[in-house]
Design a protein around this ligand. Structure first.
Ligand SMILES: NC(=O)c1ccc[n+]([C@@H]2O[C@H](COP(=O)([O-])OP(=O)(O)OC[C@H]3O[C@@H](n4cnc5c(N)ncnc54)[C@H](O)[C@@H]3O)[C@@H](O)[C@H]2O)c1
Length: 260
């Protein structure tokens, strides 16, 4: 499986180097497409057109905007696409283009969280009455361009946790595009954007980034708590995310014997 990586930051850089080092059986790195002034050392660099033409699979690690801009041309060319910026799929038109038009296939990475398989199963069995995800991160990592200066300043200086938003998953993932992709992942797993309520909390004292997912329905009650160390390269991203991508690549390259 020839792999190109779109975006070479905290996630893409780790993924690219691991694939280049042969850590994913059956996968070969053909290059990275990046947008920084300097090329990443030691990695082959491609333009996006060559990546689409040469790769069997493009791995998006570049953000929601890049996925919206480049995703449709990737699948339209018949190249498969693995996505980490799942929140972009809150746009129904984009989701339809990427998932339903092809001929390239769309794959989603579970990223920073787990439990999506159980949520999908229980949603199929008979529906869910309530699904919630509460994300707590270090306060400065949650500052957004749309925030007014007093709010941003409060996040820089607060000694107490601050609840920043509690709203349907679609709204929250749009408001925190680099931090609330997980809300979109839960909504896509249960197949209902309106059912999932997402909350974002800024906590200056949170040593780890946490996601608490709860769901109740006819199949039972579920609670998943994930506590991730932030990436050393990007505090808005959990360090485990590139390894979730590598696990996806391993499944796609050699599906036999893997959890489906
Ligand atoms: N699903 C999840 O659980 C999860 C978790 C964390 C992050 N994410 C998503 O992953 C994205 C990347 O995270 P990161 O920590 O690696 O971010 P990062 O900022 O460290 O790296 C992103 C890189 O992509 C590059 N880029 C942006 N637009 C590009 C384009 N059009 N073409 C090529 N390169 C481009 C940037 O220059 C940057 O180097 C986040 O924006 C977020 O949407 C998802």
């Amino acid at each position: 499986m020839k792999v190109a990586i779109l975006g070479c930051g905290a996630i893409g850089g780790v993924v690219a180097r691991a694939v280049q080092n042969g850590e994913v059986a059956g996968a070969e790195l053909i290059g990275v497409v990046h947008a920084e002034p300097a090329d990443p050392p030691g990695l082959p660099v491609l333009d996006v057109e060559s990546a689409i033409a040469r790769a069997d699979l493009v791995v998006e690690c570049a953000g929601q905007r890049a996925l919206a801009e480049l995703g449709p041309s990737i699948v339209a060319a018949g190249t498969d696409l693995l996505v980490v910026s799942v929140g972009a799929l809150a746009d129904d038109a984009l989701l339809a283009k990427l998932r339903d038009t092809g001929p390239g296939r769309l794959h989603l990475c579970s990223g920073a969280i787990g439990g999506l398989d159980a949520l999908a199963a229980t949603a199929r069995m008979g529906g869910l009455d309530a699904v919630r995800i509460v994300t707590t991160k270090k306060a400065p990592a949650l500052i957004q361009k749309w925030m007014d200066e007093p709010t941003a300043q409060r996040l820089r200086t607060t000694g107490e946790p601050v609840q920043l938003m509690r709203a349907p998953a679609r709204e929250v993932t749009a408001a925190f595009p680099a931090s609330a992709n997980v809300a979109a992942s839960v909504a896509l797993a249960v197949g209902d954007w309106d059912l999932v309520e997402a909350t974002v909390v800024a906590d200056p004292n949170a040593p780890l980034t946490s996601h608490v997912i709860t769901a109740d329905g006819s199949a039972g009650s579920y609670r998943f708590e994930i506590r991730n160390h932030p990436s050393v390269d990007n505090p808005a991203t959990s360090g485990v995310v590139p390894h979730a991508v590598l696990a996806c690549l391993a499944r796609l390259a050699q599906p036999t014997g893997a959890f489906a």
